[in-house]
Design a binder for this molecule. Structure first.
Ligand code: RB5
Length: 147
């Protein structure tokens, strides 16, 4: 497994904590910035990470902004990306099992570090269940291709 990770200034501190967390687990990752708390624009980091996941250079992405919302909206504009903003562990593992989500988005201003780690673990340990869910994912791809 490998992970592309990124954030804006409002997600910078939580991103660094998550990096330590996944490093401890021995997971390969690359940090696409931002690298300090100077004000910046979340779509820039969403695109960097999402393009690496869409090209399959990285299996998953993790993105952090203030809410996890803007960076998730931006990531979902990249073809092939199914980014989910999660503030609970159930949605995190269900998004892998049912939606084959490939980017997890978190809000530094929304959740604490402990919950963020649990959400990351729930997301990374769950597997896509396929079956009826594959048909639905294919329908999402059809929407993407039509519009
Ligand atoms: C930055 O102030 C904030 O708007 C951004 O991090 C994010 O929460 C947007 O969705």
């Amino acid at each position: 497994m490998n992970i592309a990770i990124g954030s804006d200034h409002a997600g910078f501190r939580l991103k660094n904590e998550i990096i330590k967390h996944i490093e401890e687990k021995g997971i390969e990752f690359k940090d696409y910035g931002t690298y300090n708390e100077d004000s910046c624009d979340y779509p820039d980091f969403a695109e960097k990470v999402a393009s690496k996941v869409a090209s399959k250079e990285f299996q998953f992405g993790i993105l952090v902004c203030g809410t996890g919302v803007g960076i998730g909206i931006a990531a979902n504009k990249v073809k092939g990306i199914r980014a989910v903003t999660c503030s609970d562990t159930f949605s995190a593992h269900a998004s892998r099992q049912h939606n084959d989500a490939n980017i997890l988005c978190l809000g530094q201003r929304v959740i604490g570090i402990g919950l963020a780690f649990d959400i990351v673990d729930a997301f990374l340990s769950a597997e896509f269940e396929g079956g009826r869910h594959t048909l639905r994912i294919n329908k999402i791809t059809e929407i993407e291709n039509k519009n």
